[in-house]
Design a protein around this ligand. Structure first.
Ligand code: PLP
Length: 453
């Protein structure tokens, strides 16, 4: 890990103090009540570490917003961005550009055959906006089905498809989105006691939802292949195959949102590969270039592509296929391939993270369940293992969860948090030493918890 000299630390402190004041004076932050914020300053980052405003290292088990899959400042990706900047910083999406073409080739090389075309966007939300627009235009239908307990982005359609309290104030009741429950045995909505029951009942519920909403009105089902922010609930293959069958039976476009779960996070290039299904549309962002430069996209099957072969697609973006972002994607995918990162993610999930988190759950009074795959794990913090009552309310926080986060940070670990859950989502290429160090901190803090009402 990088060590700073005294002079560098002094410089970092100066620069960070000024940045903090300017931020509080002028920067408007996402999803936040602006005056109640006290954001952490991050001055530098390298590999699996970020450095705060004092130059203090913190192990990044969040990968920020689960996007820095290859860690921070990967030298090959940084070099590729610099090289592209020297060549050509930006060019209209109407032109051909080598970085864009190569990124599209590398991405579609990793998708099932028949999904060979990419529409590039600036991030995940607009990828979902366009995927839904394509589904509506090609089917001539309007409604969209999506899960409660999901996140699909912050723009108008994407936030309405989202099944999380952040939708509520954006939902005018006119979006044409209908939500349904997906399988989630730990908190079953179907009174199921086994995975098989949960799968069967969740599929029946979706089937009935389609029948009663009217198949002739439904353009698309949008699903995170493995829901991320909402809790990393891994569906069974039978469930995902059942959804695929229902979509086929009713002429509904199946959109797999791979924005968080894609690009190696789950130990495969795309999470839907775990279930032996092929979606009609895949949306991606984050891991495609680890967010070094904003990039997302829609990968569509031939039917969708053909619908716009002779008729213009009514949509576009000034920065679609931005050369800097695409050069970063090319270098990222190459680095992931050459350094075996996807296999590494699968292995650390199976051999290290999973077994260790299960031990922690066993020993901790307040860990109700751990679940995940690859470098994608959720920990349910509960008041009581029997009642499973969450340690923070849905859509909110609690002093208890805040104290867990503070204790982890105090020991040098930053982690992803959503309501009562914390997620272990480190860079997928994290070294075993760094992983052990972070899991050790988690173990110490989580096994020591003893909250009383
Ligand atoms: N879809 C999923 C599954 C996500 O996790 C996210 C972001 O967290 C998005 C879409 C939105 O992506 P963006 O923030 O790049 O718009």
């Amino acid at each position: 890990m990088e060590q700073f000299s005294e002079a560098e630390i002094a410089e970092i402190k100066d620069e960070s103090a000024r940045a903090y004041d300017l931020d509080r004076a002028h920067v408007f932050h996402s999803w936040s009540a602006q005056r109640t914020l006290n954001p952490m300053t991050v001055s530098r980052a390298a590999g699996s570490y970020i450095f705060d405003g004092e130059g203090r290292p913190l192990l990044d088990f969040s990968s920020q917003l689960v996007n820095t899959n290859i860690g921070h400042q990967h030298p090959k990706v940084v070099a590729a961005i610099k090289e592209q900047a020297d060549l050509l910083c930006t060019i209209s999406p109407a032109h051909v550009n080598a970085a864009r073409s190569e990124a599209a080739r590398l991405i579609t090389e990793r998708t099932p055959s028949g999904l060979d075309h990419v529409f590039f966007t600036n991030g995940g939300a607009d990828a979902n906006e366009h995927a839904i627009r394509m589904a509506r235009l090609t089917t001539g239908k309007h409604k969209v089905l999506s899960r409660y307990r999901s996140y699909h982005g912050g723009t108008q359609t994407a936030i309405n498809v989202t099944g999380d309290p952040r939708r509520w104030r954006n939902d005018l009741g006119d979006s044409g989105v209908v939500h349904f429950f997906g399988p989630f045995l730990y908190r079953s909505e179907f009174a199921a006691t086994t995975e098989a029951e949960e799968t069967e009942r969740a599929l029946r519920h979706l089937e009935r939802t389609i029948e009663l909403e009217g198949p002739s009105t439904i353009a698309a089902i949008v699903l995170e292949s493995i829901p991320g922010t909402a809790g990393i609930m891994i569906p069974s293959s039978e469930y995902m195959q059942g959804v695929r069958t229902l979509a086929d039976e009713h002429g509904i476009v199946l959109i797999a949102d791979e924005v968080m779960a894609g690009f190696g996070r789950t130990g495969k290039w795309f999470a839907f590969e775990h279930f032996d299904i092929v979606p009609d549309i895949i949306t991606f962002a984050k891991g495609v270039n680890s967010g070094y430069v904003p990039l997302g996209g829609v990968i569509m099957n031939d039917d969708i592509y053909d619908a716009f072969a002779e008729v213009a697609y009514p949509g576009g973006l000034t920065y679609s296929g931005h050369p800097l972002a695409c050069a970063a994607a090319v270098a990222t995918i190459d680095a992931m391939e050459n350094e075996g990162m996807v296999d590494h993610a699968a292995r650390i999930g199976e051999e290290i993270i999973g077994p260790r988190l299960r031990q922690i759950a066993e020993a901790s009074k307040h860990v109700g369940e751990v679940r995940g795959t690859g470098a994608f794990w959720a920990i349910e913090l509960v008041w009581d293992k029997e009642t499973k009552e969450p340690l923070a309310t849905y859509g909110g926080g609690s002093p208890e969860v805040a104290s867990v986060l503070a204790a982890l940070k105090e020991r040098g670990l930053v982690i992803f948090n959503n309501y009562h859950r914390i997620h272990v989502v480190p860079p997928i290429n994290i070294s075993e030493d760094d992983l052990e160090a972070g899991l050790g901190i988690l173990e110490e803090v989580l096994t020591g918890l003893d909250f009383d009402r």
